[in-house]
Ligand binder design. Sequence first.
Ligand code: SF4
Ligand code: SF4
Length: 161
Amino acid sequence: MQSIFVDDAKCLGCKTCELACCVAHSSSKTLFSPCAAEAVQTRIYVESAGAGAFPLQCRHCAEAQCVRACVTGALSENPETGAVSYAKEKCLGCLMCVIACPFGVCAETRNKEIVTCDLCAGLAEGPACVGSCPTGALSFGSAESFAKERRRNYLEKSVQL
Ligand code: SF4
Ligand code: SF4
């Protein structure tokens, strides 16, 4: 499965990724309407503590707690990709998924819908947050490729010492 990965050392906490997420999930796909007028909610959350910042979104967990908590089947896991998806017509609005998510990235909008990261499934270029990040803190790919990049970075830093 392809996932969004974070190099937290590169994150500035600028929240460009949050804005790009709102735009990608707005009807106009522009900066002018998304967050306020359409009540579009970001699906990536940049939290800061001290000098550090970390962008977090649905991790599409195996045996996802939100899916297990959902009694109606409104949340489900794609058996092929492993991605968690949401069907509004089945949702009761009970918020058990919000309670169950260990990362706090399952949220309710002002329109009483549940939103989680959908990996921008309709975008050929991949998740909007990844493409918008000015520092390259976000990447989209396999766990293997992310780990390999981490090893390469570690080696480069070690050689410079
Ligand atoms: S756009 Fe990149 S640098 Fe800015 S908050 Fe998001 S992850 Fe961090
Ligand atoms: S709020 Fe909707 S999606 Fe969440 S657990 Fe309840 S029925 Fe399922």
